[in-house]
Design a protein around this ligand. Sequence first.
Ligand code: ZN
Length: 146
Amino acid sequence: MSTSIQQDILTKIETHLEAAYPNEACGFLLGSQIRKNRIITHLIEVENRSTENQRRRFVIDPLDYMKAERFAAKEGLTLLGIYHSHPDHPPIPSVHDLEYAQQFFSYFIHRIAAGKMTDSRSYRLLDGKFIEEKFTILNLKEQIQL
Ligand code: ZN
């Protein structure tokens, strides 16, 4: 099992999450999966619909899920996960994150400290618990070799 993300996608995540700071922001991760190896090549920014504290919570509208599924089907991509920020908090899943987590998805969590992205980690749900998954960052040269 391996997870890779393109450098340009990570840069887009950084730009999105830093712009939303001090609020939490989120989006979908898309790409391809061959056997157990996944590569993230696209993202969709999503509006945080939380009506509570947007600095500590994110909520994705079911309609945004549907739109993302539709986009994936149209482009021949697979919905592989969700990214979100933890403003001034460690990139460790919260109880709320666990409650809404689903199988299969990679959950990328990014620490934004004083407005700058400082740490990125990914987690997968296994037997009802989050397990950290290692991921590889692919630069453009490596993408061409694939
Ligand atoms: Zn979280």
